[in-house]
Design a protein around this ligand. Sequence first.
Ligand code: ZN
Length: 489
Amino acid sequence: MKIPSYIGRSADEIRRENVSFDSVGYLFRAVSWLDMADRESNWPALLYSCIEGRYGIEYLLFEELVIGTGARLSRPDYEKCLREPTKLSKLIDRLIPDYTKLQQFTSAVISLAPTLPPHIQWKPKELKKDWGRLSEYLHWCGHRLDSAENSEWKCSAIADVRAVLIPIWETITRGHSMCLHPSDMTPEIQQVWEDFKNGKVDVETAKFRMNLLKPLLTAKYAQQGAAHRLGGTLRAPSRLSAGDSPTHMTFTTTVREDVLVGCGRHCCLCHKFCGLKIELHHIVQKADGGDDSFDNCIPLCFDCHADMRSYDHKHPKGTKYTPAELKRHRDNWYSKVSSSPGSTYNNQSLELDRAVFLAIIKLLPYSKLIRFLEQHDFGASFSPGIFEELDKVVRVSDDPAHEFIDSDLEGMRAKLVDDIAKFAEYLSTHTWRTPSGNQSVPPEWEDQQHERFLEVTKALNALSTALANDYRTLFREARKRLSVNPDMG
Ligand SMILES: [Zn+2]
């Protein structure tokens, strides 16, 4: 699990990158602002940190106490609470007893299934206090302005906010506070839960009773994951993620393994080989009732996953994937991986893959484009005809007739097409037509904006080298597997 670092981020990065509006998102920005406040003695950054931190805590309480316990609370009621701290406070107090019990109960269940990840129990009352400590820095005026000029006071303020935020951040990124959700419990477990909640039995008795139920439940749920075997779905509050979020870990180890083997660690949408850079996406989001099953999981590369997350329901741009569509893409890819010929091609699939390969070579002859991209320094101008060549490749790449049957070759092809698309996009947004009809990074930048000039040419050279390398890798591997020897041209 990769947790993004909050150290050394610029204001621009904090506002634009990994932005999500849930507890993890708010807290990630809060610790990032705090780090900036400390690093640059930046007073406004400390205030932003307190604002974001407070939101983060509010959302955390909401996710834990309301979503986590399955309490019934309408959105309008919740929003009313947000504007009235006393109401919110009362609501929280009302929910705390159930929450604490549910956490204890979940811990007891988890202790019977040692393969599950560590379980965190938040303390809502402590979180409320932390919320209050951050608020102090937001109600300053007059004399506080004077204190803001006082560096000693600033230091102690930063230390104070740090003492609140860092432990919360470290906890939220360390483990899982998911609860066994009452509505997901099997009737047998639900009975134990009711008795425990109403004080009829203590933790040890509850554990004992669940242990007795284990053989029954195991038989009933033999085909499913560990959480199901114990009588319910473990549910984490639906957190959008700051980069990789703890919610991804809600798939059990068994499901994760099955999924990663099924896809061969390729993205099921763009077919790129991802290696470690792969994420598991819930096809139906947990907030919409999706579960942690093999069937509800699709492995995606970072890019495709980011597209999936950034789709904004209120302002839809493009066409969203439906769950059925995602499942079909995934299942097609799984079956390609499982039936991938590799070294044991039969004649028919060999012929088909040869045809795909030759078509790619025809579309992208080495001598015409790739060699140029390998050798050209993008500090100098070039012919705009390149765009057409690149565009041709990207356009035909969606046609399934251009896909390899062999999943390794298909992964290499997908990476090549992806890198071509990235290069073409960067090229079209960072170069302009010159009066002589060529295309170029503005030459005047070299004197006037030297750093920018260097940065852009360096990026263009790196992107073009990367795609030329993809081409060589694919060429080499396809020649070996398919026993063809086309002219590199
Ligand atoms: Zn992808």
